[in-house]
Design a protein around this ligand. Structure first.
Ligand code: A3P
Length: 283
């Protein structure tokens, strides 16, 4: 089916290997100074990574314009990213889509900081459905309806959205864990950037924050070859792909039928019943 399976979770070939995934979970040493962006795919990962990188450079765009984001803030679970991280000295910025049970165990005894980015799962679904049309490395759904069924069953790359969020949000009281949402980012980017600065202990001047906002904007990232995935080899993505598709909240309303919205709500309620709704800006 074009996937690599590890512990019941599907990963797209070719940059994933069960032996690497096992080693990442059991052996990778997370350092106290590491900063990690964790998301379920299509939740605004690349936007958050860009913000974190720009905070690190105090708004100077040189770094984000010269190194592709998958090398600047590598995905620890990919064979390529794992290698980069193992060989890099000093504090690292990295990324992961892993569900909590597959995340490096050493993190849980470290002071490393995780910024967990979440997004309305309906918009995650729509973003993911469009992404799947361009992705050359995973099984393509025949229709949106079929993909919705897979998504609600968790029968998709990186597994179930519901399990991902439930697992990670169990850490929401921890000091080294910050939750941000795509919705609050879209509504008031500056406040979220300031919150991330505070969490990371970085003091940026207002002018430096202005630069972070400028260079992580949708328009700038869409043009930046180092942030729009256009430098990724063709074997992964179709030509002409841009990661920056639409960049809005609530696009699901343009794509769901009434029946699909109802089924989604039902499965959502079944899975999320225990959480206080205040946690989720889309509720
Ligand atoms: P849409 O497909 O809804 O447009 P990820 O980085 O996790 O793969 O998420 C991709 C989604 O984030 C896409 O959503 C993309 O457009 C959006 N995105 C990427 N960069 C963005 C930015 N700078 N500002 C707002 N949205 C952005």
């Amino acid at each position: 089916d074009g996937y690599v399976w590890f512990e019941g979770i599907a990963f797209p070939v070719p940059d994933f290997k069960p032996e690497v995934l096992r080693e990442v979970r059991d052996k990778f040493v997370v350092k106290d100074e590491d900063v990690i962006t964790v998301t379920y795919p299509k939740s605004g990962t690349n936007w958050l990574m860009e913000i974190v990188c720009l905070i690190h450079s105090k708004g100077d765009p040189k770094w984000v314009q010269s190194v592709p984001n998958w090398q600047r803030a590598p995905w620890v679970e990919t064979a390529h990213g794992y290698e980069i991280l193992q060989n890099s000295e000093g504090p690292r910025i990295f990324t992961s889509h892993l569900p909590i049970q597959l995340f490096p165990k050493s993190f849980f005894h470290s002071k490393a900081k995780v910024i967990y980015g979440m997004r309305n799962p309906r918009d995650v679904f729509v973003s993911s459905y469009f992404f799947m049309q361009k992705l050359n490395v995973a099984k393509k759904p025949e229709t949106q309806q079929q993909y919705l069924e897979w998504f609600l069953q968790g029968n998709v790359v990186y597994g179930s959205w519901f399990e991902h969020i439930r697992g990670w949000l169990s850490r929401r009281q921890c000091e080294n864990f910050l939750v941000v949402s795509y919705e609050e980012l879209t509504k008031d980017t500056r406040s979220v950037v300031e919150k991330i600065c505070q969490f990371l202990g970085k003091e940026l001047k207002p002018e430096e924050i202005d630069l972070v906002l400028k260079y992580s904007s949708f328009e700038f990232m869409k043009e930046n070859k180092m942030s729009n995935f256009s430098t990724l080899p063709d074997m992964f993505l179709n030509e002409g792909f841009s990661l920056q598709r639409k960049g809005v909240t609530g696009d699901w309303k343009n794509h769901f039928t009434v029946a699909q919205a109802e089924v989604f709500d039902e499965v959502y309620q079944q899975n999320m019943a225990g959480f206080p709704p205040k946690l989720f800006p889309w509720e």
